[in-house]
Design a protein around this ligand. Structure first.
Ligand code: AHG
Ligand code: MN
Ligand code: MN
Length: 299
C-alpha cells in the first residue's frame, strides 16, 4: 500500500498533509546527504554547532510544512523563533537528528511532533508523531495514537515512493538491548546501577549516537534507550518538544513507556521551546523499573 492511500484512509486531512510533506521532503534530504557537507560556524538555540545539513534540512522541512496550509506554528530545534502559517496544527521538529554522525556515515534521522496546542506545551497535546530514518533504507515511521506504522522508500520506474513496510509495530516487552548516551561517569548513580544490572541480565548495548538509530533497535528487539540526567546536567541533553515527546508518543502507541525518571514523559510540561529532559523510553516493564529506581532516590 502506498503512503498517500494509507494516510487518506487512516488520518485527518491536516495530519495527512503534514505527513505527506514530511515524506516528500525526506527524499530531497536523502538526495542532499552526499552534497550538504561541512559545518556553518553557527549554533542553534541549544548551543549545538550547526552543520550545513542541519540548515538544509531545516529549510527543506520548513518550506514544505508551512506550504501545506495545515500548520499554524512550526518550531524547529534549529531556530530561536517558530514560523507561523495558516492551519490548525502546531509542529515541533528536529530536522536532522544525529548531526555528529554526518561525517561518519552512520544513521541519521528527522523527528516531528504534531501538537493540537500552541507551543511550548506537554506531550499530552501530541495528535501524531513521525520520524524518518536515513539508514541503509529511508523509512518513515509514524503514529496517530493507535498503532505504529512504517513505510519504506522504494524506486518505482523513475520515481521514489513510500510503500507500507510494517503495520502496528509493537515493542517486545523484554530487555534485549539498551543504549544510554552521555559519559557513564556522569550518569546519576541510580542510572549507573540500573545499567550495571541490565548488563548482568545479559542485555546487549546498542548505541550509535543518533536517537532515531538507537530507538529503532529498541522498537524492534525490546529494551530501553536513555539519555540520562547527568551529575552536571540534571535536565539531560535531549529536547522535550522536538525529540523526547514525539518519540515517547510512538513508544506508547507501540505498547512501551517513557519517563523522565519520575513521571510519564508525555506529561512533562515544556517550560520553553528548547527545554531539555532526561529521556528513558522503551519496553513497558523495564522502563517502569528504571522509573522506580530513579524516583526512589536511593543514593
Ligand atoms: P542532534 O543531532 O539533533 O543534536 O541530536 C543528537 C542527540 C541524539 O540524536 C543522540 O542520542 C545524542 O545527541 C547523542 O549525544 P552524545 O553524542 O552525547 O552521545
Ligand atoms: Mn536530535
Ligand atoms: Mn538536530
Amino acid at each position: 500500500m502506498r503512503l498517500e492511500e494509507f494516510l487518506e484512509e487512516r488520518t485527518t486531512a491536516d495530519v495527512s498533509k503534514v505527513l505527506s510533506a514530511v515524506a516528500k521532503s525526506s527524499v530531497r534530504v536523502w538526495e542532499a546527504l552526499p552534497i550538504e557537507r561541512g559545518v556553518t560556524g553557527g549554533t542553534n538555540p541549544s548551543g549545538d554547532r550547526q552543520a550545513a545539513l542541519d540548515l538544509f534540512t531545516n529549510g527543506e522541512f520548513s518550506n514544505s510544512l508551512i506550504a501545506t496550509g495545515a500548520v499554524a506554528e512550526l518550531a524547529s530545534e534549529e531556530e530561536a523563533q517558530p514560523l507561523t502559517g495558516r492551519g490548525a496544527l502546531h509542529v515541533a521538529m528536529d530536522p536532522l537528528d544525529g548531526s555528529s554522525n554526518i561525517e561518519t556515515n552512520n544513521p541519521l534521522g528527522s523527528i516531528f511532533g504534531i501538537y493540537d496546542s500552541a507551543l511550548p506545551c506537554s506531550g499530552e497535546r501530541i495528535v501524531a508523531s513521525a520520524f524518518v530514518t536515513y539508514g541503509p533504507m529511508v523509512t518513515l515511521t509514524f503514529s496517530t495514537g493507535n498503532g505504529v506504522n512504517r513505510f519504506g522508500l522504494v524506486r518505482k520506474g523513475s520515481n521514489f515512493v513510500f510503500e507500507l513496510a510494517a503495520q502496528d509495530l509493537k515493542m517486545p516487552d523484554k530487555p534485549e538491548v539498551y543504549g544510554f548516551g552521555g559519559l557513564r561517569r556522569e550518569w546519576i548513580p541510580p542510572v549507573e546501577r540500573f545499567v550495571t544490572k541490565l548488563e548482568q541480565l545479559g542485555s546487549k548495548v546498542r548505541y550509535c549516537g543518533t536517537f532515531v538509530g538507537d530507538y529503532n533497535q529498541v522498537l524492534k528487539h525490546g529494551g530501553i534507550f536513555g539519555y540520562p540526567a547527568l551529575k552536571g546536567k540534571p535536565r539531560g541533553k535531549l529536547r522535550l518538544l522536538y525529540e523526547a515527546a514525539p518519540m515517547a508518543f510512538i513508544t506508547k502507541a507501540a505498547g512501551g513507556y517513557s519517563t523522565d525518571g519520575f513521571v510519564d514523559l508525555l506529561r512533562v510540561e515544556a517550560e520553553e521551546l528548547s527545554a531539555t529532559t532526561p529521556v528513558y523510553t522503551g519496553s513497558y516493564s523495564i522502563t517502569k523499573e528504571l522509573e522506580r529506581t530513579v524516583s526512589s532516590g536511593s543514593p
